[in-house]
Design a protein around this ligand. Structure first.
Ligand code: AMP
Ligand code: MG
Length: 319
């Protein structure tokens, strides 16, 4: 069974020995291993039960170290790094030969980011290798935003989880790549498209595509609770299940007629950042309630609302 603690040196020793460790980031908790050690990277895929065609994000703590793992930082990537790092933005950049193909699923770009959480930054600063770290959840399930979430799901499989409290952003990073030097958003996340466009101008998006070979991880069914979650046909869904067997996830107001104990309100004041911080924890709580189904309301399609809607849609049952 795993241990939860704040011993950075212990995490360092385990990582140096090729082990995988749960680590806090401001987006979600990561399952970290030495990105330059193929055996450690393989362990990450095995523990998560993640298909090897789904590449990992590599975390580092400085542009200096970054220059060893990528061969080029285009001007717009540099502008984004300057504006948002450390923070919830991942850049796809041409990989150097130091990065094993397993990390990038054979792609010639590597996903990189400098995270903002002080504990992982401190850990990265005392390691002489970057950390490959996908979200620390079993493949396809809701991402973890606390050390306890990680322990509940991966506890028997990993030796240690660094506890950095609740993730403050609460959803994964936004992913931006470049095609013929034009910026493309592959995943909506903790940095809004509006904020990105303020820095580098108009971007195109591809994050909803399921057939795009550049982002093989963008499978439609993802972030999913075990209970069926519905986003359409509210009236019909509410009629179909007994009121006391129905849960609801809403933005600012509870739904009338359903018991309040079965409802989670993402942000009563309508704050997108607060909603993002709560989203995955609330999905887990609803999943654990004695309900048969969950109805989820979509948020306004702007700012972080877009990224939240993306997660809610991916969690939804196909009906
Ligand atoms: P996770 O760390 O679990 O949030 O997943 C990382 C996501 O980053 C994956 O699902 C991939 O879709 C995406 N990703 C990582 N590397 C690349 C890459 N080189 N090209 C495109 N997408 C990538
Ligand atoms: Mg993930």
């Amino acid at each position: 069974m795993t241990t939860i603690g704040i011993d950075i040196l212990k995490a360092k020793q385990l990582l140096e020995a090729g082990e995988v460790v749960g680590v806090p980031t401001e987006t979600v908790y990561g399952l970290a291993g030495n990105a330059l050690n193929e055996d450690a990277v393989l362990k990450i895929f095995q523990v998560k039960n993640r298909p090897q065609f789904d590449p990992l994000i590599v975390h580092t703590d400085s542009l200096d170290k970054l220059s060893q793992i990528v061969t080029e930082i285009p001007p717009k990537a540099y502008q984004l790094a300057a504006a948002f790092w450390p923070g919830p933005l991942t850049l796809l950049l041409p990989k150097s030969s130091l990065i094993p193909d397993l990390v990038t699923s054979g792609l010639d770009t590597v996903a990189v980011r400098i995270p903002r959480h002080p504990l992982i930054l401190e850990l990265l600063s005392i390691l002489d290798f970057p950390l490959a770290a996908p979200s620390a959840n079993p493949f396809g399930y809701i991402s973890p935003t606390s050390a306890q979430h990680v322990a509940q799901q991966l506890g028997p499989l990993i030796p240690y989880i660094l506890d950095g409290g609740e993730s403050t952003v609460g959803i994964e990073s936004s992913i931006v790549g470049f095609e013929e030097n034009q910026p493309v958003v592959y995943r909506l996340g903790g940095t809004s498209v509006e904020a990105i466009e303020e820095v580098i101008g108009a971007v195109s998006w591809r994050s909803h595509s399921t057939s795009n070979p550049k982002a093989p991880g963008m499978l439609k069914s993802h972030y999913a609770p075990r209970k069926p979650l519905y986003i359409n046909d509210k009236e019909r869904i509410l009629r179909r299940f007994p009121t006391d067997k129905m849960g609801a996830l809403t933005f600012t107001q509870p739904l009338p007629h359903l018991p309040l104990a079965h409802q989670r309100i993402l942000s009563p004041s309508g704050d997108f950042a607060e909603a993002a911080k709560n989203l995955f924890a609330y999905m887990r709580q609803l999943d654990a309630l004695p309900v048969e189904a969950i109805y989820a309301e979509l948020l306004p399609e702007r700012d972080l609302g877009r990224a939240l809607n993306d997660r809610i849609r991916r969690a939804a049952a196909s009906e």
